[in-house]
Design a protein around this ligand. Structure first.
Ligand code: UFG
Length: 345
């Protein structure tokens, strides 16, 4: 074994893919999850893929005593990857306290667990939302961070600031914050993927559920943006590529290759696609015609977001391997397999 890694939120979408990549890279993995937005069955799926079912602790990290106990039990850990958080932008606007309580308390309890048990390394799951409406494109890590549009986004920004403060005074600790652009896609096996609860907010799950007949019609939120077809541009990134970047970040910390105690990296492809590009690619990859129509802009949406990928390439040696077609075909495979298994239950 290369080392022991705690993955908080390891049953979730990006967490589960990262657990697979860590196991494949030779790490021992312990998953902390309260299953509030995920299923324990995912651990069996991870075993199907890797041959190993990670150790599982069902705990609510926002609860101080549960977190303390769990970190004490696994004090011989080399690094933590922190995914455990609520992530629905719209819900966070309606329920800010719930978001701040869950996302901040669970992070603070995790950091306290690190301090109490001398666990020196943490990788934090951040988001391009910390850039707000960017002043220049592509977005580099030097772009100014701004007050995000949503409480969800603000939990990411504040969390980064906490990590920066902590690593400043505690030179034995190192943190890497990974700022994701738009993660989509699923593991090639079709065994793990995104399983949004309720009606999805994000584009890809909405598209795949429309194509599967679960939803009737896709609304395209705004076609009067200053882009080639009027719809917003995003930098979609395959979740398997993201997962691999986390393993590289862990290796970097464990091998003392980081250049400072607090580092941030964008994770994107550097390529922007409009909403209509995504729809066209979905239709050409799957042969399914989507039922969609134009609608009003959605509050808080930015016209164009895409990453500068130079820093991740030069420092981490990481570049996205998969393109939009792969992302879409894997998401569609996952959606179909999911519907089949749900029908069987
Ligand atoms: N969209 C539609 N119809 C839908 C859903 C989305 O037209 O039903 C459009 C949106 O308006 C946007 C694009 O598809 O133009 C992408 O929207 P997503 O909701 O999939 O993604 P966002 O870029 O809004 O959100 C992502 C992450 C958030 C993060 C945010 C800002 O999901 O976690 O980027 O970085 F906060």
């Amino acid at each position: 074994m290369k080392g022991k890694i705690i993955v908080t939120g390891g049953c979730g979408y990006i967490g589960s893919h990262t657990v697979v990549s860590l196991i494949e890279d030779g790490y021992e993995v312990v998953v902390f999850d309260n299953l509030s937005n995920s299923k324990e069955l995912i651990l069996d799926r991870i075993r199907e893929i890797t041959g190993i079912r990670p150790t599982f602790e069902k705990i609510d990290l926002a609860d101080e005593s549960q977190a303390k106990e769990a970190y004490r039990k696994h004090s011989n850990t080399d690094a933590i990857i922190n995914f455990a958080a609520y992530k629905a932008v719209g819900e966070s606007v309606k329920e800010p306290i719930m978001y701040y309580r869950n996302n901040m308390f669970s992070l603070l309890n995790t950091l306290q667990g690190q301090i109490d048990n001398n666990i020196k390394n943490i990788i934090f799951s951040s988001s391009a939302t910390v850039y707000g409406e960017p002043d220049s494109l592509p977005i580099t890590e030097k772009n100014e961070t701004k007050r995000p549009f949503s409480p969800y986004g603000n939990t990411k920004k504040v969390a980064e600031e906490i990590l920066e403060d902590l690593t400043k005074v505690n030179s034995g600790f190192s943190a890497i914050s990974l700022r994701y652009f738009n993660p989509i896609g699923a593991h090639g096996s079709g065994l793990i993927g995104e399983f949004p609860s309720g009606v999805p907010n994000n584009l890809l799950p909405y598209v795949t559920q429309c194509a599967a007949g679960v939803l009737d019609e896709l609304k395209v939120f705004g076609n009067d943006y200053p882009t080639k077809d009027g719809t917003p541009i995003r930098d979609y990134i395959h979740v398997v590529d993201l997962a691999e970047a986390h393993v590289i970040a862990v290796n970097r910390l464990l091998n003392d290759k980081n250049k400072s105690n607090f580092e941030v990296f964008n994770l994107g492809t550097g390529i922007g696609y409009t909403v209509l590009d995504v729809i066209d690619t979905f239709e050409s990859v799957t042969g399914i015609n989507l039922n969609y129509s134009m609608a009003e802009r959605r509050d808080g949406d930015v016209a164009v977001l895409y990453a500068a990928t130079d820093l991740a390439r030069d420092e981490l040696g990481w570049e996205a391997r998969y393109g939009l077609k792969d992302m879409i075909s894997s998401a569609w495979k996952w959606e179909q397999d999911l519907r089949t298994s749900l029908n069987r239950l």
